[in-house]
Design a protein around this ligand. Structure first.
Ligand code: EPU
Length: 427
């Protein structure tokens, strides 16, 4: 299996373009299931997770033509309502087909995603919301079997609008229910909805297609169900986590990077914390210029749902703080298992202690390259960043996690001066 080898210590300089957002593309692709006709999506990132959802959509009967970052999709004839284990186990976000399948076909069978490296990650809120909208749900042999209640003979079965309170803010839960509600009979109100930009991007896509959604981006989303949706062309928003990761790459190497094609408004919490650490960040045209310093100031960080500091940037921020000039605390409040990078950072010389959901980081003057193992997507990004800053050679093993969420990462980093390459290695 591939590994990434980095010779650290290069100052990164130049321009890094940001690709389309993984976490916006996945629900938008799932949302094509909601109606007939040809969709054209652009700025779709070339990532393993996108390949997985396309495979799943094809199994359900969607025809797809790929041309670079553009996709033409047609879901006019669905041939299956079954999302099997072999695909769902490789990507939890496959659960995003549940809402659209139920809304469109009245029936769905989706493998229940298990826990993963970062936490138990239940989907109880997705299921509770769908039950409130008139579904009967059964968990059997590792699958969620869901179908609309009522008489099939009437042939007019639709989900029913409902008032749904989500007692934990859930991104894909909000997206699943929002998609389901677009074709429901009546009005659905999602309370304590996720406010992430990816939820807004999905709502924008659905509204372009004729859905009636208001409040996306706030914690109360109202969806007035419509009978059908029309096909539409749509450009996926830029990936704010990829942008944030490259901002840290500029910061951690004392470099000067222009992170191009990003939306600064989506990155406010990250920008705020990086500035507090002494990193210079200037909004410039359609991107951000980031100038690092030799060692950042320590800053405390607590992950929170948007607009708080994203959990998907926690590991990268920890890489930066591990070479800070003092002590700081990073607290993870979203996922209970999202510190798997800590042990690997320690192998590179970082001084980090874990106390419950907090990591206490005492900055060290330098990290030393080492072989390290990536255990999830953002932990992989953290190890790449640490390798860029470290003295000597770092080998990051199990890079398949990285390929799930970062498009052409070595090529993008090489272009700005990193000594990074992919080679055949152990798994
Ligand atoms: N939760 C429940 N019940 C549910 C759903 C969620 O208790 O039914 C809990 C989770 O266990 C977690 C919290 O709610 O503690 C938030 O989880 P959420 O549902 O928001 O996470 P997600 O939708 O599964 C998305 C992103 C993640 C990102 C999180 C948080 C996608 C495809 N995935 O996951 O992205 O970390 O939101 O922002 O959008 C990544 O890209 O690396 C990644 C993991």
């Amino acid at each position: 299996m591939d590994k990434i080898v980095i010779i650290g210590g290069q100052r990164l300089e130049g321009e890094i373009p940001i690709s389309g957002s993984k976490n916006a593309a996945l629900p938008i692709l799932a949302a094509t299931l909601l109606g007939k006709g040809d969709h054209h999506l652009t700025n779709v990132p070339d990532l393993k997770d996108v390949t997985t959802i396309l495979k799943l959509l094809r199994r359900l009967g969607v025809t797809i033509q790929e041309d670079g970052d553009s996709l033409a999709l047609n879901a006019s004839t669905l041939t299956s309502y079954d999302a099997p284990y072999d695909l769902v186990k490789t990507m939890r976000a496959s659960i995003l087909v549940l809402g659209p399948l139920l809304a469109r076909l009245g029936e769905a069978k989706v493998s229940l995603p298990g826990g993963c490296a970062i936490g138990a990650r239940p989907i109880n809120l997705h299921l509770m919301g769908l039950e409130k909208m008139g579904c009967e749900i059964e968990i059997r042999s590792g699958y969620v079997y869901a179908r609309l209640l009522g008489s099939p003979a009437k042939n007019n079965k639709r989900l029913q609008g409902a008032r749904i309170y989500l007692d934990t803010t859930t991104v894909t839960g909000t997206e699943n229910l929002m998609m389901a509600a677009t074709l429901a009979n009546g009005t659905t109100i999602l309370e304590n909805a996720a406010r992430e930009p990816e939820v807004i991007d999905l709502a924008n896509f659905l509204c372009c297609r004729g859905a009636k959604i208001s409040g996306a981006g706030t914690d109360i989303i109202t969806i007035d169900g419509v009978e059908n949706l029309k096909p539409m062309d749509y450009r996926i928003m830029p990936d704010r986590i990829e942008a944030g990761t490259y901002m840290v790459a500029g910061a951690i190497t004392g470099g000067n990077l222009y992170v191009k094609n990003c939306i600064p408004r989506h990155l406010e919490a990250v920008i705020f914390k990086l500035k507090e650490a002494g990193v210079q960040i200037i909004e410039d045209g359609d991107g951000l210029r980031v100038k690092g310093l030799e060692r950042p100031r320590p800053v405390d960080v607590k992950t929170l749902p948007y607009p708080g500091f994203p959990t998907d940037m926690q590991a990268q921020m920890m890489a930066l703080m591990s070479i800070g000039t003092g002590r700081c605390v990073i607290t993870e409040t979203i996922f209970e298992g999202r510190f798997t990078h800590v042990g690997e950072l320690r192998r590179m010389g970082a001084d980090i202690k874990i106390q419950g959901s907090s990591a206490i980081i005492q900055g060290v003057t330098r990290l030393l390259g080492a072989p390290v193992m990536a255990s999830d997507l953002r932990a992989s990004a953290c190890l790449i960043l640490s390798g860029l800053a470290a003295e000597g050679e770092t080998q990051v093993l199990r890079v398949y996690h990285l390929d799930r969420g970062y498009e052409r990462i070595e090529a993008k980093l090489q272009k700005v001066g990193a000594k990074i390459m992919r080679s055949k290695g152990e798994s």
